[in-house]
Design a protein around this ligand. Structure first.
Ligand SMILES: *Cc1c(COP(=O)(O)O)cnc(C)c1O
Length: 426
């Protein structure tokens, strides 16, 4: 394998092969075999252990907002690591306080809003589900209050978050989970209305919360639709239920706004009660959490309600602050919007009959394929130095770093244009 090959390998290199063999000897097999063993990155590119370079249009699943090794991020993390990395929640730190304040400001959250930090998307959602349960206790004290989640929704793998995650294959082996979670089809306003109206029948309690993504990322980048979101907001307000928006994937600039709920076309302009965030917030440092909108929701958590040893630690908070300030300074919201449009329009303009339609917003996008060959397309692109994601058998997902340039998108489009239409189905 030529270490200077800038177009990606034709096959796995010898070092990849060696490391992947060792990987499988020491890791539980929950992820399948990794595609490559990565060594380092810079900007929108990442290199594997054989020296092959990849243009990354997945960004660690919408995590590496600033790409790899962004100087501002590296500086902030290095300086904070040299200063103090962790103090526990018996103590506080300046970056933690500043980051919470910044998130409240960027979310346009009202007076009295508060942040809870965790370390992942699932943890943000665990916290939100606990808030929903405490809210439910204010409606009925017998624990029968319900949470409505959406068909095709994804909220994480821990047991609470999994309870609200729809996909039966990943949820059912772990049942019984958190009880009183029901699933409604996105877009089906009648079903949502019925779910609220069933309170009192069959011992069903009131609805404590509706929990949803605005674009169902893991389900293939599917917007749930502004009309449906608006209707959910109305029902929640009328019935004193919380509207929890899971922005773990859509948040922190990914859609071209700080949060997807701030985009009229995705949310109809609603205000949420709770927003969860994670993936992109700290540019690669594990961090997540929840913003509770307004004092009434925020005050549901009291000392002892929840906690985590690592949560909000100074190192992660410094990474978060560097990420948010760089997004501001480099105008990356506008870039996400422009590059997303370039990508979606460019895919359709390739004229490749493999591409049926595009969807998404900003830099969270997908292309619908004319037949279910997404894994073969992903591998074909990988071998030519482009990372894309087979999010479903019949769809590719794109979530490049928010710093992606016009020429990066052109380079990706040139590869996507040439994908053979007759690759084998999954
Ligand atoms: C990725 C994701 C999660 C889970 O986040 P983890 O950090 O993997 O726990 C939850 N919700 C949504 C919408 C996600 O995309």
């Amino acid at each position: 394998m030529n270490a200077n090959n800038t177009n990606g390998p034709e096959v796995l290199g010898p070092n990849d092969g060696k490391w992947l063999g060792e990987y499988s000897q020491v890791h539980m097999n929950v992820f399948g075999t990794p595609l490559r063993v990565m060594d380092h990155g810079e900007g929108t590119h990442v290199w594997d252990v054989d020296g092959n370079r990849y243009l990354d249009f997945l960004a660690g699943i919408a995590v590496n907002s600033l790409g790899y090794a962004h100087p501002a991020w590296v500086k902030a993390v290095s300086e904070q690591a040299a200063k103090v990395a962790h103090v526990s929640n018996y103590f506080a730190s300046e970056p933690q306080i500043e980051l919470a304040a910044k998130l409240i400001e960027l979310g346009g959250a009202p007076e009295g809003s508060r942040v809870y930090f965790g370390n992942s998307g699932a943890e943000g959602n665990e916290a939100a589900i606990k808030i929903a349960k405490l809210h439910g206790r204010t409606l009925t004290d017998d624990g029968s209050a319900r949470i409505i989640a959406l068909v095709n929704g994804f909220h994480g793998r821990t047991l609470g978050a999994l309870s609200a995650t729809w996909k039966p294959a990943i949820r059912e082996p772990f049942q019984p989970l958190v009880p009183n979670v029901e699933f409604v089809e996105a877009g089906n306003t009648e079903a949502l209305k019925d779910a609220f109206a069933s309170t009192g029948s069959d011992g069903k309690g009131p609805v404590a919360a509706v929990m949803m993504e605005l674009i169902q990322g893991e389900a293939g980048v599917r917007p749930v639709g502004a009309e449906f979101v608006k209707y959910a907001r109305e029902l929640c307000t009328e019935n004193n239920a919380l509207l929890i928006i899971d922005e773990v994937q859509t948040g922190i600039g990914r859609t071209g706004s700080w949060f997807a709920f701030q985009r009229e076309e995705l949310s109809g302009g609603i205000k949420p009660d709770v927003v969860t965030f994670a993936k992109g917030v700290a540019g690669g440092f594990p961090m997540g959490g929840m913003i509770a909108f307004g004092a009434k929701v925020a005050d549901l958590f009291t000392p002892g309600s929840h906690g985590s040893t690592f949560a909000g630690n100074p190192l992660g908070a410094a990474a978060g602050l560097a990420t948010l300030s760089t997004i501001e300074q480099e105008h990356l919201l506008a870039n996400a919007e422009a590059r997303g449009t370039q990508l979606r329009d460019g895919i359709m303009a390739t004229g490749n009959p493999l591409y049926e339609s595009v969807r998404g917003c900003g830099l969270l996008d997908a292309v619908q394929l004319s037949h279910p060959c997404a894994h073969a397309v992903m591998n074909w692109c990988l071998e030519r130095g482009l990372i894309v994601n087979a999010v479903r058998a019949d769809a590719l997902r794109f979530a490049p770093p928010l710093i992606v340039s016009e020429s990066d998108v052109e380079e990706a489009l040139a590869i996507l244009k040439d994908v053979p239409v007759d690759l084998p189905d999954d």
